[in-house]
Design a protein around this ligand. Structure first.
Ligand code: IDP
Ligand code: MG
Length: 140
């Protein structure tokens, strides 16, 4: 059993496809064990994406991530981090395999519908960034 952090980004929330993306999680065997909708502040978005602060796209990424509400959830399951990354698809939707979330719901590399943790360490840090341990409701 593993936990990972998922964010449905402002473009996908604007498209009204939260439910369709949740269905992908559930169909792949992942469980939503915590969730909240937030409109991130600039400081929150800058801190969350701090690892990318030297990248040329950082300012645009932050601006996009605060352009509207996001839906944030913790997903649980066997091999959840990789399973989630697999159903998300590649960062650039042009490279994303057919049937992945980004292939079906993202328009561009800048506005690519979803975020997912990429390792056990980032999953732990990213979950902690948004949720208290008591927010996570594990069950069988
Ligand atoms: P990931 O979301 O697939 O893990 P990362 O490399 O961690 O991809 O990049 C974080 C986010 O930054 C991406 O999801 C995307 O929104 C944005 N991003 C990454 N690379 C580029 C780029 O080359 N141009 C514009 N935005 C980018
Ligand atoms: Mg990443």
């Amino acid at each position: 059993m593993q936990l990972t952090l998922s964010i449905i980004k402002p473009d996908a929330v604007r498209k009204n496809v939260i439910g369709q993306i949740y269905q992908r999680f559930e169909q792949s065997g992942l469980r939503i064990v915590a969730a909240k909708m937030l409109h991130l502040s600039q400081a929150q978005a800058e801190a969350f994406y701090g690892v990318h602060k030297e990248r040329p796209f950082f300012n645009d990424l932050v601006k996009f991530m605060i352009s509207g509400p996001v839906m944030i959830q913790v997903l649980a399951g066997t091999d959840a981090i990789k399973k989630h990354r697999d159903i998300m698809g590649a960062t650039n939707p042009k490279d994303a395999a057919p049937g992945t979330i980004r292939a079906d719901f993202a328009n561009s590399i800048d506005e690519n519908a979803v975020h997912g943790s990429d390792s056990e360490e980032t999953a732990r840090q990213e979950i902690e960034f948004f949720f208290k341990p008591t927010d996570i409701l594990l069950r069988d």
